[in-house]
Design a protein around this ligand. Structure first.
Ligand code: WTA
Length: 667
């Protein structure tokens, strides 16, 4: 493939912290060295963690692609995040500053501050409850369906303390999506809350959890954290409120952190794709924490006097790695905010920065575009000069959003990067690393591959792509933080990530790279949709649609959206006897939201009489996408496997005509 990709930026920024600025050639040399000796390099990083037992080997690569990092080593994530700090001066340092969403008279109604000692005490108590009252042991899995409250990280750390595995389900997922994930992970206990708050609305998590557990027979018990105080129905044999349980639990207990093997799973987190059920990415303990330790220092320049704020939700991987394990392991003070960044007024997020003196900010392009839409006057109402470093994540950042944020919060001078990674990688792999060595930053790029990571851009045949030519991003060497496998489906792990370019990991993204080695990740090369940076599989949308009585067939594709980056639209073929109508469109949209969750809101539904298919009955998604995006068919013809250029063209024209004639008849 040879598409010349106009790079969105040409200027460079040299941030104010010039202390460690090095020429790009020096970084390249260093990088090359760490890649050539990546095992020893990562072992050096890993030795900075406190292990109960040192590893026997750095990497077990005897059964690729199922790599094991630091086999023989033993450690515990909760020990690294807590015990290590409470024996030092950090004991009384704030670990978490939590702010709730609702405000009264413009002032936050609720702020909770937890020191490392507080967190240590609470995690020990919860571990005790999990072990003594719920019989949770190493090898068990617990499901978490929680709002953004301190109990969320507390439960995650408590599970890890016992060596138990956990699986988090984002609170915007429906009962069906929750149930599927709980079943896949074999969760025997579910922890949820009476409710959550977002944009002033009450999210009735317990109701969803009840519905899900009807389907998820593996879930035997439910713990409910009282948060919003709304009434919830309780099944006496199955459910208990956390505060009731804690009343019968000693105030202070100590639970020995269970030594787990480096390759023991810390958690399972599902990603949705284009085919098949959500994939349970299984993350190990030793490798994962090693990558987080490295990236917290290199990318976020973790310092003891920082207040660090990652605006993600713990329901997604960004929250796992960069709200919970990363910052706590580094002994940082992390800010955790419950609700919507622009509620009740568009300056909520800046008021949070000012109130708590945030120094390091990690947010997303969607959030920035939305701040931008409200106008800079909201930013100017507050002092954001404490911010010394920013990064963005989740989707490519557009030049306007980058410049706006850099100007209005970054004062045109602080380091501001766009970190590339994904659920599968565990942590950041491509990024500017201002905490390590500073190379001149090119705005809007993702920066360079971090040390030890051999990233490349290749063509369809896996050959290195020329500078500035679009190709596929690949990672050529194993890295700590990589998945162990897909839960219960190792074949799929191999097929999805390791077959397209044998020997290399294929993330599924398009990218370009310039002569200096800076990457621009351009978006998904498959049909995964990124709504506001959240990953949404077309499979889930389509299978929800075809469960509706009126629908015979469905195809979901992404269309660009000014605010959210991308949003899904659906093409639907109705069953015989069903007629398209606006009301049916609305009904189908509600249906999908109900089945998948509120994040799966369809922007538009097109009723059609047929969908373009290949001879083996695969929907030609790129054709559908080209039609809906109003793009010429051009490149698509070479991209659809199994179909001739003629077939693709014909399918494209047919679908286009049908859409146009329907639109015309409505006008
Ligand atoms: C996209 C989120 C461009 C990419 C951590 C990837 C990005 C997917 C960036 C993973 C970035 C993430 N620039 N694209 N800085 N960061 N992506 O698993 O398409 O929710 O494959 O992980 O997000 O999404 P996931």
């Amino acid at each position: 493939m040879s598409v010349n990709w106009a790079l969105p930026f040409d200027e460079k920024i040299v941030p104010e912290n010039k202390r460690t600025l090095i020429p790009i050639e020096s970084y390249q040399k260093l990088h090359k060295n760490t890649v050539a000796n990546y095992r020893e390099f990562w072992a050096g990083v890993a030795s900075e963690l406190d292990w109960f037992k040192r590893w026997d080997r750095i990497l077990d690569d005897s059964n690729p692609p199922f790599y094991k990092w630091f086999p023989g080593g033993q450690l515990n994530a909760s020990y690294l995040c807590l015990d290590r700090h409470i024996h030092t001066w950090r004991k009384n340092k704030l670990a978490i500053i939590w702010e709730g969403e609702p405000t009264e008279n413009g002032a936050p109604t609720k702020i909770r501050k937890l020191t490392y000692q507080d967190l240590y005490r609470d995690v020990n108590r919860i571990s005790y409850v999990l072990r003594e009252k719920y019989g949770i042991r190493k090898g068990d899995t617990i499901g978490f369906y929680l709002p953004m409250i301190p109990e969320f990280p507390i439960f995650m750390l408590a599970a890890a303390r016992l060596g138990a595995c956990f699986t988090v389900i984002f609170s915007g997922f429906s009962a069906d999506s929750l149930a599927d994930r709980l079943v896949d992970a074999d969760a025997k206990l579910l922890v949820t809350a009476d409710g959550g708050r977002r944009r002033g609305n009450l999210i009735k998590l317990k109701e969803v959890a009840d519905k899900a557990s009807e389907k998820a027979a593996c879930v035997k018990k439910i713990i409910v954290v009282r948060h919003t105080g709304n009434d919830v129905s309780m099944n006496r044999d199955r459910d208990a409120f956390l505060d009731d349980i804690l009343e019968e639990t000693p105030e202070t207990v100590y639970v020995e952190p269970e030594p787990v093997r480096s390759e023991d799973p810390l958690y399972i987190l599902h990603t949705s794709g284009t085919t098949g059920r959500p994939k349970g990415q299984v993350h190990d303990t030793g490798g994962y924490l090693t990558l987080l330790h490295a990236t917290m220092r290199w990318v976020f320049d973790a310092r003891d006097d920082d207040v660090y704020w990652c605006t993600a939700d713990i329901g997604w991987v960004t929250g796992h790695s960069y709200i919970v394990f990363g910052p706590l392991m580094e002994g940082m003070t992390g800010l955790m905010y419950e609700g919507a960044l622009e509620y009740p007024e568009p300056d909520r997020w800046v008021s949070i920065i000012e109130r708590h003196g945030v120094n390091v900010l990690y947010t997303s392009p969607t959030a920035i575009r939305s701040f931008m839409k409200n106008g800079e006057e909201w930013v100017k109402k507050h002092d954001t000069s404490s911010v010394r470093l920013m990064h963005s994540v989740g989707e490519p950042i557009n030049p306007e959003a980058f410049r706006w944020m850099h100007r209005h919060v970054g004062r045109d001078k602080i380091p501001f990067g766009s970190t590339w990674w994904m659920t599968e990688t565990g942590g950041i792999l491509v990024s500017h690393t201002p905490g390590l060595y500073m190379v001149p930053m090119k705005p809007g790029t993702n920066g360079l591959a971090i040390l030890g990571i051999d990233a490349d851009v290749v063509d369809d045949d896996g050959k290195g792509q020329k500078s500035l030519e679009r190709g596929y991003l690949v990672i050529r060497n194993p890295w700590p933080g990589m998945p162990l496998t897909i839960h219960k489906d190792p074949d799929r792990y191999r097929e999805v990530y390791w077959i397209k370019f044998p020997g290399s990991f294929y993330p599924g993204d398009y990218a370009v790279r310039d002569d200096d080695g800076y990457f621009w990740i351009l978006g998904r090369a498959d049909e995964v949709i990124k709504v506001a940076g959240h990953r949404l599989g077309t499979y889930e949308l389509e299978s929800a649609l075809i469960q509706h009585r009126a629908v015979a067939e469905a195809a979901a594709v992404a269309v660009p959206d000014k605010l959210k980056g991308e949003v899904p639209v659906a093409f639907v073929i109705l069953r015989a006897g069903q007629a398209p109508s606006e009301q049916l469109g609305r009904e189908l949209n509600d249906w999908v939201r109900e089945k998948v969750g509120p994040i799966a809101s369809l922007k538009q539904i097109f009723f059609v009489s047929k969908l373009p298919k290949t001879r083996s009955a695969k929907i030609m998604r790129r054709v559908v996408q080209a039609v809906v995006a109003g793009k010429p068919i051009g490149d698509v013809t070479t991209l659809e496997d199994e179909a001739s250029v003629d077939e693709v063209n014909r399918a494209f024209l047919d679908l286009k005509q049908e859409i146009e004639s329907r639109t015309a008849s409505r006008e």
